[in-house]
Design a protein around this ligand. Structure first.
Ligand SMILES: Cc1cc2nc3c(=O)[nH]c(=O)nc-3n(C[C@H](O)[C@H](O)[C@H](O)COP(=O)(O)O)c2cc1C
Length: 313
């Protein structure tokens, strides 16, 4: 029996994103109204070995709850073992990645590569959901390519195997991030499964979030790229969904958020100059003078210089 997917306080969920959704960034998104946040995808094989580098990414805290940990592997035993470890570490749900198009992950037989192996998907979902007491969700794409669309079949299979909810990114693995997400196929799944469906792909503002909720009638909306450098997006969209008003941050507020992110990164020992530079570019996107800032950031080697550059913006 699937564990019920707990009802969330709001409609918006932060998408798992490699090198983006660390604990500091998740806390920022939570503060602005993300109803569920997620780690980036982590190797279940490495977690099962309790590999130090990966365990440092499988970090969570009570202020960000509820928080999901996303895992990938084609090894069922390691998926089960890692799910048990993550449950003990306090994660509220386990999300299984069956959609990642990255070559590195696909070559290991994980992520999107598994969309071709329905029996394996069934086995992994069944064994993982049996072995933990927290909900297990799956994040899938439409299929490996346009000729092999199998999202409905896979979603039903996952439901039967014990998944508590299904997250669908409306693109094929082959598509990567190109083209437009196909929401019609997500809608078809919503009409044919009983577990909650979380729609994902191309939601960038209040209008598109409202459209997705109304067109697909999905239970929740997952937001990825639009949140990069902009955790405020959750507040903006929640406000739009409630009142129809469009609220925007000032330049000063964006910069304040950047420094708040840095403070959190330091607090959780994940601060690095490389990350601070990348986030500086992301958080200041759209601010006048930010393209010049980007060029200057490329030459910088330490935090003090980044700090003074951003303060001068
Ligand atoms: C930089 C980046 C990293 C990503 N990493 C992951 C990941 O670790 N796990 C995953 O399931 N999806 C990952 N994705 C995909 C997103 O979760 C999401 O499905 C996709 O970006 C579509 O949503 P969007 O249109 O709101 O961006 C990543 C996307 C981006 C842009």
């Amino acid at each position: 029996m699937a564990k019920p997917f707990s009802k969330l306080s709001e409609k918006l969920i932060l998408a798992p994103m490699h090198d983006i959704t660390n604990i500091a960034f998740r806390l920022m998104c939570k503060k602005y109204g993300a109803a569920l946040v997620s780690t980036e995808l982590l190797s279940a094989n490495a977690i099962a070995r309790e590999n130090n580098a990966v365990m440092s990414l499988a970090l969570s805290c009570k202020e960000e709850k509820p928080v999901a940990c996303q895992i990938f592997s084609n090894n069922t035993e390691n998926m089960v073992e890692s799910a048990k470890i993550l449950e003990r570490k306090g994660f509220d749900s386990i999300d299984i990645n069956f959609g990642c198009p990255s070559k590195k992950i696909m070559q290991q037989g994980g992520g999107g590569a598994l969309l071709k192996r329905k029996n394996k998907i069934y086995e992994i979902v069944k064994e993982v959901s049996k072995s933990v007491n927290i909900p297990v969700t799956v994040k899938i794409r439409l299929g490996v390519d346009k000729k092999n669309i199998n999202v409905l079949e896979v979603a039903k299979l996952c439901e039967e195997a014990g998944a508590s909810a299904v997250i669908i990114h409306g693109r094929t693995v082959d598509q990567g991030y190109s083209g437009k997400a196909d929401w019609n196929l997500i809608k078809e799944v919503k009409e044919n499964v009983k577990i909650p469906v979380i729609g994902n792909g191309d939601v960038i503002d209040g209008k598109s979030a409202k459209e997705m909720l109304e067109e697909i009638k999905c239970d929740y909306v997952m937001i990825g790229r639009a949140a990069i450098g902009n955790p405020f997006i959750f507040k903006e969209i929640n406000e739009y969904l409630k009142t129809g008003e469009i609220i925007k941050q000032t330049k000063e507020e964006k910069i304040k958020d950047y420094f708040e992110y840095i403070e959190l990164a330091k607090k959780y020992n994940i601060f690095s100059v490389k990350d601070a530079k990348l986030r500086a570019q992301e958080f200041t996107k759209g601010i006048v003078g930010s393209s010049k800032l980007r060029q200057r950031l490329n030459k910088i080697r330490n935090w003090e210089e980044i700090e003074s550059l951003i303060k001068k913006l």
